[in-house]
Design a protein around this ligand. Structure first.
Ligand code: ZN
Length: 286
């Protein structure tokens, strides 16, 4: 297991941590200021959300690399199925392709897929997952051509109804096995997997080539909002070292991305202070 106590070069900011992904939250720092603040603190990379990039993907990607960091990834595809997905399959595919194009423009190696909730009226996680697998398989040649890998991110089961019918690492690994494509893998997010006692075995089953990302935050024992009340690492109940050990024992040695949605706490703080605390916690508790 890597020692981060004196080295945070693997630390990556997911810009959601500064509140930029939702209107009305965060300090409103432009992309350039976020890049500079991360560079000053010695971070290794940054992960953006599409809303921040607009039509400036190439320019922003170059700026990140000129600063000495990497664009580690892009969030995210549209929801592919369920109540929050675009209304038609064609619209899903068009937006899926647009998200791949943006990742390619940034030279982001990984695009995260949040698959969407159970298909309305189906009452079936299984059928919903089959449709997800069809859409992903159909899109993989486009992603491969663009040089972008797709990371299925299983979400906490609490989101099964609206945001993700993919709720376990087991099902994500099964989908990867079934589709079996070099450009498909999974993203492991502490918020979504901290409860899962089969995590270690499932990650070993899939192996290092398919683990495309590791996301950090914490689960607050008395969380007030499952979407927007994530904790800073060390403030919650997740066994952060054990989870990272499971990820690294499976062979992952890539970036560690801090992704904290926190409308009433961290998004209200000065972003510079948030970044300073993030670095300190990364070195001490992750
Ligand atoms: Zn995540």
């Amino acid at each position: 297991m890597r020692d981060f106590s004196n080295d945070h070069s693997a630390l990556t900011l997911n810009t959601a941590t500064l509140g930029h992904n939702l209107d009305g939250y965060g300090a409103g720092w432009p992309v350039e200021r976020m890049i500079d603040a991360c560079t000053e603190r010695g971070l290794g990379g940054i992960v953006f959300w599409r809303r921040e990039i607009g039509n400036r993907a190439v320019e922003i990607g170059e700026r990140v690399r000129a600063s000495g960091m990497q664009v580690v990834g892009l969030c995210r595809t549209p929801f592919l199925v369920g109540p929050l997905a675009p209304p038609t399959r064609q619209q899903v595919m068009d937006d899926f392709h647009a998200s791949i194009d943006m990742a390619a423009g940034l030279q982001a190696p990984v695009l995260t897929i949040v698959v969407g909730g159970v298909i309305e009226g189906s009452h079936s996680m299984t059928d919903s997952l089959k449709t997800v697998a069809d859409i992903v398989a159909e899109t993989l040649p486009y992603a491969a051509k663009a040089g972008v890998k797709l990371a299925l991110e299983p979400l906490n089961p609490v989101y099964g109804g609206n945001r993700s019918c993919l709720v376990s690492v087991r099902d994500a690994v099964d989908m990867c096995e079934a589709i079996d494509d070099d450009h498909l893998g999974i993203a492991v997010d502490v918020y979504h997997v901290w409860w899962d006692t089969s995590l270690e075995a499932e990650l070993k089953r899939t192996g290092p080539k398919r683990i495309l990302g590791y996301h950090l935050c914490d689960w607050l024992a008395d969380t007030t909002d499952v979407l927007l009340d994530r904790g800073m690492m060390g403030d919650g109940v997740a066994d952060l070292k054990a989870i990272r050990k499971a990820v690294e024992d499976a062979g992952y040695v890539g970036p560690c991305e801090v992704e904290i949605f926190s409308a009433n706490d961290w998004w209200k703080r000065d972003p510079g202070n948030v970044l300073d605390v993030m670095v300190e916690r990364f070195r001490s508790v992750c």
